[in-house]
Design a protein around this ligand. Structure first.
Ligand code: BGC
Length: 253
């Protein structure tokens, strides 16, 4: 039987958000709960917040949880924008123990991969065919790559070296804010980044997401590149929805 309801938690650098999810529509059911990410964002401190969110909703089924990190078989392998204590941490085992579930009931995945899963399932149907790359512009740059709707996990295209720099250090949305760049100047950097990426992977479609996609009309039209671009449709909740879908489908990698 396919689950119609799920539960997802999206762990970010500034907030940890959880909600019940309608898995047929790809929408949240009721309000989401957001708690500030503890600083420092150590595994133990974050696990406390994850447990608080699960208990708040009194959710008894499988839980999907995202991390802004490479996640393989439940273990985090990188920590670009979170506490370095995450590297080598078995997040799956840590969270399962803390929320009183078996490891099979907790699905861990990269935050951008989760957002991409949500877009593939519930966003523009054109994304389901061919090679689609989703990029999330936030504190860093997250990426998710799909071929005919199937995810190639942990691509980390945000760390591509572009003109001698780690791409996200120049083109993340946080850089726009920190350096006080206009949309026009920031879009030039995003365009350069996407050009390098399209020349390497030749996608059929880019999906651009992250909080800054709410103002898409200010910068997406400036990105005159070869590959068609669509704006993410699930916006802020894509990570939660994708995490819930991953948990319901039992995805592990
Ligand atoms: C991390 C990725 C993450 C992205 C967005 C990057 O710095 O390396 O794992 O998906 O930020 O949060």
């Amino acid at each position: 039987m396919t689950a119609t309801r799920g539960f997802g938690i999206d762990i970010g650098g500034s907030g940890i958000k959880g909600a019940l999810v309608d898995l047929e529509r790809g929408q949240l059911i009721g309000e989401r709960l957001r708690i500030d990410t503890p600083q420092p964002s150590t595994p133990e401190a974050v696990a406390d917040v994850v447990a608080e969110i699960v208990h708040h909703f009194e959710w008894a089924g499988p839980v999907g949880v995202t991390l802004p990190a490479v996640v393989k078989k439940g273990v985090a392998h990188t920590a670009a924008n979170i506490d370095h204590g995450w590297i080598g941490t078995d997040a799956d085992a840590l969270f399962a123990k803390r929320v009183g579930k078996s490891v099979d009931e907790v699905a861990m995945l990269n935050d951008a991969d989760a957002a991409g899963m949500a877009e593939i399932r519930f966003g523009d149907p054109v994304a389901r065919t061919g090679v689609t790359a989703l990029l999330t512009f936030g504190t860093g740059i997250g990426s998710a790559l799909f071929h005919d709707g199937v995810l190639v996990p942990n691509t980390e295209f945000g760390h591509l070296e572009v003109d001698g720099h780690d791409a996200e250090k120049k083109a993340a949305a946080s850089v726009k804010d920190n350096e006080g760049l206009s949309y026009h100047d920031w879009a030039k950097r995003v365009k350069r980044y996407l050009t390098v990426l399209e020349n390497l992977i030749w996608p059929d479609l880019f999906i651009v997401g992250g909080g800054v996609s709410r103002k898409a009309e200010k910068w997406v039209p400036l990105l005159d590149i070869r590959t068609p671009i669509v704006v993410a449709s699930l916006q802020n909740n894509a990570g939660i929805v994708g995490a819930a879908a991953a948990a319901a489908e039992g995805i592990q990698h």
